[in-house]
Design a protein around this ligand. Structure first.
Ligand code: AHM
Ligand code: MG
Length: 284
């Protein structure tokens, strides 16, 4: 299986799994009493979605490595591309039935490696509809995933070659522990833009993809690298945003250029309209 076929197969298999994840949430909303490698409480849904996706992805012939936000170590599964996932992003939104998602990065390189090695990235949003935003070969397309009778799925193209052109909204996380500098930057932004923050990266970035604007989870006074994980969240989202003519940043430059020291490393994260990201880099 060549690289292109492998990427298509990963996209297809996650799309096929998505309706099951969405419908299986109902009985898997509680905490299991364990913590993930980032020391966060895990819900049954996190574990279950990870198992489902891992089984699908590692069985694809052209996939050689699999890593997950929910697993300490990398799984070797043959020769080929490396896939890193956040199986359920925003899982604190599960009890309130707000948005959650799945984030996937497909790297042509040995994990852990830089975002520059990404060859494709996508996320699923489990909302009133299940949608998928796919960045591949410089284009970003959005699909609605619909389950057909008999377990088949259909991917309807609903947005083609998306570009972040507007700058209408902003959503910044971690506000209890912002630095003074970031607080000042936020007050300037708040004068001109409308606040939208959901607590799920996929939901907030999806709004930026549609309405234009900027997402941030910056350094916190109690956590200098913020909260979000480079390999599983920031790299794939940055690849999508940059493919849509937007920009990503760790405060100094593109997230995709950030050196990797460890699999579960966190990084201050900014992504969205290029002018807003440059303004942030000049202000902080
Ligand atoms: P998760 O993958 O464990 O759900 O954590 C990541 C989430 C992101 O989706 C979101 O941007 C952030 O955590 C929200 O954090 P907070 O609850 O501090 O606003
Ligand atoms: Mg996440």
């Amino acid at each position: 299986m060549d690289k292109e076929e492998t990427v298509d197969e990963v996209v297809r298999s996650v799309a096929e799994t998505a309706p099951h994840i969405s419908s299986g949430l109902m009985h898997r909303r509680e905490y299991v009493g364990e913590q993930n490698p980032s020391d966060e409480e895990v819900r049954e849904a996190d574990v279950w979605a990870n198992e489902l996706l891992k089984e699908q992805i590692t069985s694809i012939e052209g996939v050689g490595q699999f890593a997950s936000e929910e697993e300490k170590i990398i799984t070797d599964c043959g020769e080929g591309l490396a896939v890193a996932i956040d199986p359920l992003d925003g899982s604190s939104n599960i009890p309130t039935n707000n948005l959650i998602g799945t984030i996937v990065g497909i790297y042509d390189g040995e994990l852990p490696c830089k975002g520059e090695n990404l060859v494709a990235a996508f996320y699923v949003v489990y909302g009133p509809l299940t949608t998928m935003m796919v960045a591949l070969n410089g284009d970003v397309n959005e699909y609605v995933i619909e389950e057909r009778p008999g377990d088949d799925i259909e991917m309807y193209l609903v947005g083609e070659d998306l570009e972040i052109e507007d700058d209408r909204i902003y959503g910044f996380g971690g506000n209890k522990n912002w630095t003074e500098e970031f607080r000042e930057f936020e007050s300037e932004i708040a004068e001109d833009y409308k606040l939208r923050y959901s607590g799920a990266l996929v939901g907030d970035v999806n709004q930026v993809m549609h309405h234009g604007g900027m997402f941030a989870y910056p350094e916190r006074t109690d956590a200098s690298n913020g909260k979000l994980r480079l390999l599983f969240e920031c790299n794939p989202v940055s690849y999508i945003v940059e493919s849509a003519s937007g920009a990503s940043s760790d405060g100094a430059g593109s997230i995709l250029k950030v050196e990797v020291e460890e699999l579960h490393q966190r990084v201050p994260f900014f992504a969205g309209h290029t002018d807003m990201i440059r303004k942030m880099e000049n202000s902080l």
